[in-house]
Every structure is written in structure tokens, then in C-alpha cells.
Design a binder for this molecule. Structure first.
Ligand code: KG4
Ligand code: ZN
Length: 341
């Protein structure tokens, strides 16, 4: 079969990224320009600032991705772009660039669901990985357990009813004064803490329901901090981070493995920014061993937002003949599995 080379573009939140990926699995370049520094002082992503920065960066980042891949625009077979979910102003920047290129170069345009992209990061990491498998997608905006039946067929088995896992990490990090984004900082601080030192609550739903709820856990951490402050007692930030992280990981791993059991699937994967969490990766490995379950997770740079994962997902959509036209619009609340047009 002829090689298919796809240019991926991702601007759904605060990373401007472009990548060139061959046959859905081989990354020729993956340029990620993060705006974290700009948003740090506000404690979170400011949508207007994100859009403006994407406008400045999108073309240079695309050009750099093509240069690093050693390929010209004309040699690209298709352009894959995230069109939802995400911040509408941010999405529109990448989408407009992708549509302009598709029109000018007369290349097919493929619209990609951001979460589908996160899942596809696993195809890059494991060149033999094929569906079906169960994927836990945990990012700043999502906590989903997804039954990946095929490259383009998904069933959501469980999801966050309130705060997403990454959101909980970010809020707790802010409360203990660690800054933004909180996930990596909590991960680091927790390495010097004792995860059993404070018991924070875990929410499990009855009757095999695999949803998540992290807002009660976040409130429990805030209450603990307030109580300690009111009593004038010192607390260990490392112990709070480790105990909070342990509670989140407990629930995530338990529900993911339960989903695999219910669906009788022996392959599970992690995806999304929180999938970079060292405790989550380790704990999943430990609890899956002895159950004859294969565990996959992408390297950290492929867990957080990047365009290589978007190009990979676009490849499988492209193979199915799912091409978008130039009317493709940004859909901030796009649902997984809702079609690509
Ligand atoms: O997937 P992502 O880059 O962007 C979204 O699509 O949301 O995920 C960002 C989220 C943030 O909430 C960040 O704190 C979290 O992923 N994160 C982590 C780690 N690295 C990033 N959470 C826990 N541990 C980490 N090592
Ligand atoms: Zn993401």
C-alpha cells in the first residue's frame, strides 16, 4: 500500500502544535509550542490570550513541522485538524489554517475529535496495537472510560460527573500553593510524601456504574487544609499531594480494570495529560499484573496535547474515506463518536 503522510494541526487549548506522521504511526516531526508561561500568572488558561497566541504561532509551527520532517507542503497527502472539543476561539485558529492549506494545495481535509487523538497516541507508541481495547482518557477537561471497538468506533463506559481528573489536580495544586498546571507539580511533590498519611474519600458508584466524581475529593482536601490552618497546625504539602493523588489513582485504576473485566477485554490503555502521572502508570501496571491484561501508555510528550496524535487519528479517518469539506466548523462541545462532519 502507498505511504500516507498526514500533517496534523492542534490548537484546542494552550498548545500550538503541528506534526507530520507517516501511516498513522511513524512520527516525522511533532512541534509543540506551549503557552503555559503566559497563562501561569492567571492560574489557568485565558481563552482570549490563547487564541491570540495561536494566531501568531500557527504558521511558524506548521512550517517548522514540515522542515523538521524534510517534506514539502505538496508532498502531504492530507491535513488533519482538531475541530472539537476545546475552546472555540482556539480551535478556530488551527481550523482556519488547515482549511486555507487544504484549499490552496487542493489536499483532503480531515476533522479530528480531540479525544480520539489522545487515544491514537497509543498507536504511535505501540506499533502493533490494534482495537479493541479499553482506554482511560484523563485530561484537563475529560475523564472518560472508552471502549475502543475499532479505529473509528467508540463507546463511553464511564465519565466524570463533575470535575475532570486534571481539573482536580490543578485545583488542589492551587490550594496548596504549587501553581499551574498542577498535575506535574503534584506528581513531583507526591514523590516525597506518604500517600497513606491522610485518608481522602473515594467515590464509587453502585451497580457497576463506571462514572467518576472528583469534586467531593477536592472539597475534602480544601476542608483538610482549612481545618489545619484554623487549628494553627502545620501540614506537609508532600503528604497532601501524595494522599490526594493516591485517592484519584485508586478510583481511575479500579474503574478501568473493572471496565476491562465487564467487556472481557485484555488490553487497557491510558491517554490524555493525566496519563503522564507516574503513580497512575505504576499503579495500573501493578494491579493489572497477574490478571493477564496488557497495559499501554504513551510517553509523556504524547500524553499532553500534541499534533502527532491528531495526525494519527486523521490517518484512520482518512482510510475510512471520511473527508471534511471547507464548511467544517469548530464544535467546542463535540461528543465522542458523533461523526466527523
Ligand atoms: O490532555 P491535556 O494536555 O489537555 C487537555 O486536553 O485538557 O491535559 C492537561 C491536564 C492538566 O490538568 C494537567 O495538570 C494534567 O493534564 N497533567 C497531569 C500530569 N501532567 C499533566 N496530571 C497529573 N500528573 C501529571 N504528571
Ligand atoms: Zn487534550
Amino acid at each position: 500500500m502507498k505511504d500516507i503522510t498526514i500533517l496534523g494541526i492542534e490548537t484546542s487549548c494552550d498548545e500550538t502544535s503541528a506534526a507530520v506522521v507517516k501511516n498513522g504511526r511513524k512520527v516525522l516531526s511533532n512541534v509543540i509550542s506551549s503557552q503555559i508561561d503566559l497563562h501561569q500568572k492567571y492560574g489557568g488558561v485565558v481563552p482570549e490570550i490563547a487564541s491570540r497566541k495561536h494566531v501568531e504561532l500557527v504558521i511558524p509551527v506548521i512550517n517548522q513541522a514540515l522542515d523538521e520532517a524534510g517534506i514539502s507542503k505538496r508532498e502531504i497527502d492530507a491535513i488533519g485538524v482538531t475541530y472539537g472539543p476545546g475552546l472555540v476561539g482556539a480551535l478556530l485558529v488551527g481550523l482556519s489554517a488547515a482549511k486555507a492549506m487544504a484549499f490552496a494545495l487542493d489536499k483532503p481535509l480531515v476533522g479530528v475529535h480531540h479525544i480520539e487523538g489522545h487515544i491514537a497516541a497509543n498507536y504511535i507508541e505501540y506499533e502493533d496495537l490494534e482495537p479493541p481495547f479499553i482506554c482511560l482518557v484523563v485530561s484537563g477537561g475529560h475523564s472518560h472510560i472508552v471502549y475502543v471497538k475499532d479505529y473509528d468506533s467508540f463507546e463511553i463506559l464511564g465519565k466524570a460527573r463533575d470535575d475532570a481528573a486534571g481539573e482536580a489536580f490543578d485545583k488542589v495544586a492551587r490550594a496548596v500553593g504549587l501553581g499551574y498546571p498542577g498535575g506535574p507539580l503534584i506528581d513531583k511533590a507526591a514523590k516525597n510524601g506518604d500517600g497513606k498519611s491522610i485518608h481522602f474519600p473515594r467515590v464509587y458508584f453502585a451497580d457497576g456504574i463506571l462514572d467518576f466524581s472528583f469534586s467531593g475529593l477536592k472539597t475534602a482536601v480544601l476542608n483538610y487544609l482549612n481545618t489545619m490552618e484554623q487549628k494553627g497546625e502545620a501540614y506537609s504539602v508532600e503528604n497532601v499531594c501524595a494522599s490526594f493523588q493516591e485517592a484519584v489513582v485508586d478510583v481511575l485504576v479500579r474503574n478501568l480494570l473493572l471496565a476491562a473485566e465487564v467487556k472481557n477485554i485484555n488490553k487497557v490503555a491510558l491517554a490524555g495529560g493525566v496519563a503522564a502521572n507516574s503513580k497512575l502508570r505504576r499503579e495500573l501496571m501493578v494491579r493489572a499484573s497477574g490478571k493477564n491484561i496488557k497495559v499501554c501508555y504513551p510517553k509523556p510528550i504524547l500524553c499532553t496535547d500534541n499534533a502527532a496524535m491528531i495526525a494519527s487519528a486523521a490517518y484512520y479517518e482518512f482510510l475510512k474515506g471520511r473527508k471534511a469539506d471547507l464548511n467544517l466548523n469548530a464544535v467546542p462541545g463535540l461528543k465522542l463518536g458523533s461523526g466527523n462532519l
